[in-house]
Every structure is written in C-alpha cells, then in structure tokens.
Design a protein around this ligand. Structure first.
Ligand SMILES: [Zn+2]
Length: 80
C-alpha cells in the first residue's frame, strides 16, 4: 500500500472531511507505535462533526494501550 501525507494536524479537521481514500495515521508518543485508522472506522466511532484534534486523546495505542499522547496526520491511499 502506497500512501502519501496529504494533511498534517489541523485544529479544524473533522471526521466528515475524511474521504474513503484517507487514513488517519496516529503515532504514539509513548512507545512510537504507528497505527492506521480508516475513514470508515472513524465514522463508526465518532460523529461527523467531531474534530480530530478533540478526539485524539480518545485514541488508544494498540501496542502499549496508553492514550493521551499522539502525533497524527492524514495519508491518502494510492490506488496504484
Ligand atoms: Zn504506544
């Protein structure tokens, strides 16, 4: 899967801004683990108007199970 970064952390970015080709990449600041959250998963977990900036603390690291410390950005999946 080829991806490229299309958006960096922005306060105003909302769940509804995600297209199906977008994934939210979340890097854990505690252990360095990188997780990918698909647009479909985001929509199933949060309301469309919720800001990513305000839900980032709810995202739990799948490796160290900690929350509250992450760096995130949006990548676009390249279909090629
Ligand atoms: Zn972690």
């Amino acid at each position: 899967m080829n991806t490229r970064i299309v958006l960096t952390a922005r306060f105003g970015l909302r769940v509804e801004d995600f297209m199906d080709c977008h994934v939210l990449t979340v890097e854990c600041l505690h252990c360095g683990h990188k997780g990918h959250v698909s647009a479909a998963t985001l929509r199933s977990m949060f309301k469309p108007y919720e800001r990513i900036k305000l839900i980032e603390h709810k995202l739990r690291c799948s490796q160290c199970r900690r929350t509250g410390g992450s760096h995130w950005y949006v990548e676009e999946i390249n279909a090629e």
